[in-house]
Design a protein around this ligand. Structure first.
Ligand code: CRA
Length: 815
């Protein structure tokens, strides 16, 4: 383990301050102090980082187009176990560690669950001592910054690099890689073989920026390598034989610079939605090609036979965005290594595995043939050949044309990326039990029936180090006082907390801690939004991207209903509630933006109505992201997981909230099903249509939102509020939402589940008044959250997918 004494730390800090800034500590800004601290920490870990990078056993490479890391300082100090000495040392230098923790930018290189999951996976791989590294894109602008103007979402470019650099990263120009776009392919005869020549391509340089990923109390330091796109300076403006023919004019030089740099300029702000844009395809090839070339370069240095690649390397494709790993690896094995198609295919499929994260049809990536052909001519040839061979296989095995059509990789004028992933990898997994079941039985049924052994489930998780130990230290300390600290390395031990379920003083302690966290959040809300919230009220939290299927609309319509009930009957028995929302909408997703405006307008009306003010408050936090989540989650009493059943593949805020003692209010969707299995029916509040009911409605119809609206007084009342001027300052947004519910028959069954949801909320109202029982439920949630640590998820990936059949698997079987 790396360590540093306080004395040594102070010396290093001062020396670094002089060498970086040539100024005394007292003159430095917080940003400068932070950059010095990051450098000192990087110095401390440097040797270990190099050693981890010397490969000893099989390595895992996790390709993901998003990594939502969150701030790193606190979590790095925790994992290195040096927080106390650093805090004390800084204090003696007149610096508060917490000021530096808060000065760090929050790199928002992801949209939501997918990107945050990737970050939690990196944390767990390092903490389980797996040689596992991430590959992604170093976007110049991450997910937009959200501002509310008159209740509307306004998107401002995210400028996470405004401090000039990201203090944790190390750029490695000596490891840069050229990625080739466009051009023509020529097959040249070379003795008895055909050689592939890629001519007139546009070279783009992939520049690696490495971020250390530090394992918890062990010596593992892995790497997240993010690629930035740049011009290839050697070819810049030169008329080389291979590169596209730039005349050398100023205009050409500028055009080339723009072409190259645009690729890593901005993260697509879409969640569960397919961005059908040429630039997105460029991004996908850019980072997969750079990553695969990097892996092979490193492997070649070991001088081992390329045919043993699968014994040393596992490549994981996180959703379909990195699908091009498959043809890119094939390209290198065929064109550079000279292997036969059969040999190359065997190595590729044995090395690559794939996770599906959604069944939403609009999120399934399909790329027009013409686009791929022009942008990536050699890659397209390989995809075409994979498709040709697969069609032969299908024709040989099946007669059913429909079925075959559905399974083809190239279909009509498109390449179906999910199909390519399934065919080109040895493992396909869903992210929660219900999701995997739906993949097998519905969405990917034909593939499952064809090769059932390839399919498996890996229920998502969360890094408990960040989401409990670091963000809720008081709760973490209480747990350790009660059951010792073994749970930190083995979260299933949290189960030991159950023995305190009848212990009043422990339950009260739990309550006190929740109350402190609520006070902290209330202070933050007061300071930031100038709204007073009552820490004795129920903190009811829905934090996730804004999407119709996640049904923030159901939540706000129920709040409106409560408001009406209170106005009609001021003695209406209601425990005070603070409803907290946090959500960004994709900039082009109009309905989602209308819902944001609606929530803000309702909040405005209710928060300013003294008649109900003691009972209901609504807070919509601006610019929800990892750092805000770390503040909100420890303070939550209720976690709203109210998606339309079948639509949420897993969800991960559900796990974070339960682990912090919130009670889940949920449909039996995604991983809520497993939360229910863990805590039992007494410790979760369920409502809503079952998966089967939703599937049946979708298949056979039979639901009329209009009928429901006409026959249910309370439903009609709140739906009418969308358009009757009751909520002020709404323009056409109310009509848009109204139409989605009534004219378009409520695709996500908001009105259908409304009554049931309101009953569930009423149940919570009663339960919360029995404080001891509520605290017991809270304790039972914490105690049973252990399986949702990504340490469990990752050890399953390790033993069932990445290291299956390998010697080192022994290590993970025990986990
Ligand atoms: N939007 C799912 O919708 C899931 C995460 C991580 C999502 C979530 O239910 O928890 O992935 N899907 O598995 C996705 O990004 C491309 O699909 C998500 O974050």
């Amino acid at each position: 383990m790396v360590t540093i004494s306080k004395k040594k730390f102070k010396q290093s800090f001062e020396t670094k301050m002089y060498s970086l800034y040539a100024q005394p500590i007292k003159d430095a800004t917080n940003e400068q102090l932070l950059s010095v601290l990051c450098c000192v920490i990087k110095d401390i870990i440097a040797k270990r980082w190099i050693e981890t990078n010397i490969d000893k056993e099989k390595e895992v490479y996790y390709f993901c187009i998003e990594f939502l890391l969150g701030r790193q300082l606190k979590s790095n100090l925790l994992n290195l176990d040096i927080e106390d000495s650093i805090r004390d040392g800084l204090k003696e230098l007149g610096i508060e560690l917490d000021d530096l923790i808060n000065a760090e930018t929050d790199p928002a290189l992801g949209n939501g669950g997918l990107g945050r999951l990737a970050a939690c996976f990196l944390d767990s791989m390092a903490s389980l001592k797996i040689n596992g590294h991430g590959y992604g894109i170093r976007y110049q602008n991450g997910l937009f910054e959200q501002k509310f103007v008159n209740g509307y979402q306004v998107e401002v470019p995210d400028n996470w690099l405004s401090q000039g650099a990201y203090f944790w990263e190390t750029v490695r120009p000596n490891k840069a890689i050229v990625v080739k776009f466009e051009g023509e392919i020529e097959l040249v005869k070379d003795n008895d073989r055909l050689k592939v020549k890629h001519k007139n391509y546009i070279p783009v340089m992939a520049m690696p920026y490495d971020i250390p990923i530090i394992g918890y109390h062990n010596d593992t330091i892995n790497t997240l390598r993010l690629w930035k796109s740049e011009i290839q300076s050697r070819d810049f403006g030169q008329n080389t034989s291979n590169a596209k023919n730039y005349s050398g004019s100023y205009e050409d030089a500028l055009a080339y610079k723009y072409y190259a740099e645009e690729i890593s300029q901005v993260l697509y702000p879409n969640d569960s939605n397919y961005a059908g844009r040429l630039l997105r395809l460029k991004q996908e090839y850019f980072f997969t090609s750079a990553g695969i070339q990097d892996i092979i370069r490193k492997y070649r240095r070991t001088k081992q036979d390329i045919k043993s690649l699968q014994n040393k390397v596992a490549i994981h494709i996180n959703d379909t965005h990195p699908t091009l790993c498959i043809p890119e690896l094939m390209r290198i094995l065929l064109d550079e290594e000279g292997l036969s198609w059969e040999e190359a295919w065997k190595i590729t499929t044995n090395t690559i595995s794939y996770t599906n994260h959604t069944i939403m049809a609009e999120a399934m990536e399909k790329w027009p043939i013409d686009m791929i052909k022009t942008l990536l001519p050699r890659i397209y040839m390989i995809i075409e050949e994979i498709n040709r061979r697969y069609n032969l296989y299908l024709d040989d095995k099946y007669n059913d044309e429909n079925k075959k059509q559905h399974m083809r990789i190239i279909n009509w004028d498109n390449v179906n990326m999910a199909n390519l992933c399934i065919v080109g990898s040895h493992s396909i997994n869903g992210v929660a039990a219900l999701h995997t079941k739906l993949l097998k039985k519905e969405v990917l049924r034909d593939f499952y029936e064809d090769k059932p052994e390839k399919f498996n489930n890996k229920t998502n998780g969360i890094a408990h180090r960040r989401w409990l130990m670091s963000s809720n230290p008081e709760l973490s300390d209480l747990i350790t006082d009660l059951i010792g600290d073994k749970w930190k390395k083995d979260t299933t031990r949290l189960k030991d907390l159950e023995k305190y379920k009848l212990n009043t003083s422990v339950l009260n302690r739990l309550d006190e801690i929740k109350h402190h966290n609520k006070e902290h959040l209330a202070d933050f809300i007061n300071n930031t939004y100038n709204v007073q919230v009552n820490p004795n009220s129920i903190f009811d939290v829905q934090i996730k991207r804004l999407h119709a299927y996640k049904r923030q609309l159901l939540n706000i319509l129920n709040i409106l209903d409560l408001y009406h009930e209170l106005l009609e009957n001021p003695n209406f028995d209601m425990q005070p509630r603070t409803f907290i929302f946090g959500a960004k909408a994709a900039p082009g997703y109009y309905l989602a933006k209308c819902i944001i405006k609606f929530i803000n307008s309702v909040a405005d009306k209710i928060n300013n109505d003294p008649r109900v003010n003691e009972k209901i408050k609504i807070i919509f936090v601006e610019n929800y992201g990892v750092s805000l989540a770390e503040k909100i989650i420890p303070a939550a009493n209720i976690g709203e997981q109210i998606s339309t059943t079948t639509k949420e593949a897993s969800g991960t805020s559900n796990m974070k909230l339960m682990m912090n003692g919130a009670i889940t209010l949920a449909t039996l969707d995604g991983a809520n099903v497993e939360i229910f299995e863990q805590v039992g029916e007494d410790n979760i509040i369920l409502f809503g249509l079952s998966a089967q009911q939703v599937l049946d409605y979708n298949k056979y119809g039979g639901y009329s939102a209009l009928d429901l609206y006409q026959s249910n007084r309370r439903i009609k009342r709140v739906v009418d509020d969308l358009i009757n001027g009751f909520i002020p300052n709404m323009d056409s947004e109310g009509r848009e939402i109204y139409n989605s519910l009534i004219t378009y028959n409520d695709e996500y069954f908001v009105l259908r589940d409304m009554e049931n949801y309101s009953e569930a909320q009423a149940k919570i109202n009663k339960l919360y008044q029995r404080k001891e029982q509520w605290n017991r439920m809270s304790l039972m949630n914490i105690a049973n959250s252990g399986i949702f640590s990504t340490d469990r998820t990752i050890s399953e990936y390790a033993k069932d997918i990445w290291f299956k059949g390998c010697e080192i698997n022994e290590k993970y079987i025990k986990l």
